[in-house]
Design a protein around this ligand. Structure first.
Ligand code: FO1
Length: 316
């Protein structure tokens, strides 16, 4: 088995780089550990947005601009629900709805989130292994000036407007990492661990908040390389920079990684942030990190893997 690569991902930016990695690596060489802190129950359905964003992206089904949900979507269900006075702030397209209904059915039938995710990704012809960080519930919540909010209430219903005071990842301290997560991160033929350019507070931290995952990463033999989710202090998408300001962190690339710099061997920043200063022992690599085309995703994946290989060559 040629050397494996493990990526940590959540949300839109992470899925983009995961696609780039899947395309430059051999089939089945990539395992992605996915944030489940955004998951919630809505309209009686079990919804796992970061798992779905990755599955749709790797299956070529993702909406090209929106970043979540499916391409070529229709909205008959939503308009019928509107007519009935149902909750429509969280938009569920007709084809996307099938994923939530099928996941809810499988969970009710006793399948774990990881089992059903594995079956569904195979059904969609995805060779990359997709692992929820845990089959136990972890929920990202935010304390704001309007009180504590569940993640999707903050992110979608309130459009990230409330001022964030602190974040909590409920259940992370007792959640058991999926066993394959520990196996993948501990395996001897691991080539690299890639922390994808997802929102550090909302997508990466929840994964690292599971003690056993952070611990196994800290011991990891393979190079650990993160890609900055901000360019010139601005998040490519989403509320990263706003949350950083509200948490009184300067929204620079280095501040992003303060929370997990101790795990890193390499930090990849955009060329505009080439002057980024990182703690000793962390190599800063500057490259174009904005991914708009498929080629961008593949090129960044190659930059990441080459940097990891250089570290491994030095260490061995
Ligand atoms: N994000 C929105 O901003 N508005 C929506 O109506 C919305 C619906 C939605 C449905 C399914 C799904 O998997 C994701 C959805 N998202 C929506 C995105 C979601 O809130 C985020 O992708 C993650 O939770 C954060 O990355």
């Amino acid at each position: 088995m040629t050397a494996a690569v493990v990526a940590l991902s959540g949300g839109i930016g992470g899925a983009k780089l995961a696609l780039g990695l899947a395309r430059v690596l051999d089939q089945g060489q990539l395992t992605v550990i996915v944030n489940t802190g955004d998951d919630f129950s809505h309209l009686g359905l079990a919804i796992s947005p970061d798992l779905d964003t990755l599955v749709y992206t790797l299956a070529g089904l993702a909406h090209p601009e929106q970043g979540w949900g499916r391409r070529d979507e229709t909205w008959t269900f939503m308009s019928a629900l509107e007519q009935l006075g149902g909750e429509t702030w969280f938009r569920l397209g007709d084809a996307d709805l099938a994923m939530h209904v099928e996941r809810t059915r499988r969970l009710a039938a006793g399948e774990t989130l990881s089992e059903l995710t594995d079956r569904l990704r195979r059904k969609l012809g995805i060779a990359t292994r997709i692992l929820p960080m845990s089959d136990d519930p972890v929920r990202t919540r935010l304390e704001t000036d309007t009180g504590w909010l569940d993640f999707q209430d903050y992110f979608v219903r309130l459009r990230c407007a409330p001022r964030v005071r602190q974040l909590a990842y409920l259940g992370a301290d007792t959640a058991r990492p999926h066993p394959e997560v520990l196996t993948a991160l501990g395996s001897r033929d691991l080539r690299a661990v890639v922390i994808c350019p997802s929102n550090p507070f909302l997508s990466i931290e929840p994964i690292l908040a599971i003690p056993a995952i952070r611990a196994v990463l800290a011991e990891c033999r393979a190079p650990v390389i993160a890609v900055s989710p901000v360019i010139g202090g601005q998040a490519v998408r989403g509320p990263t920079a706003k949350i950083m300001r509200e948490l009184e962190l300067e929204p620079g690339a280095e501040a992003v990684t303060r929370r997990y710099a101790d795990l890193l061997d390499v930090f990849v920043v955009d060329e505009t942030d080439a002057a980024t200063i990182m703690p000793a022992g962390i190599e800063v690599v500057s490259a174009p990190i904005l991914m708009t085309s498929l080629e961008d995703r593949e090129r960044l994946a190659r930059v990441v893997l080459a940097a990891a290989d250089r570290v491994a060559a030095r260490q061995n």
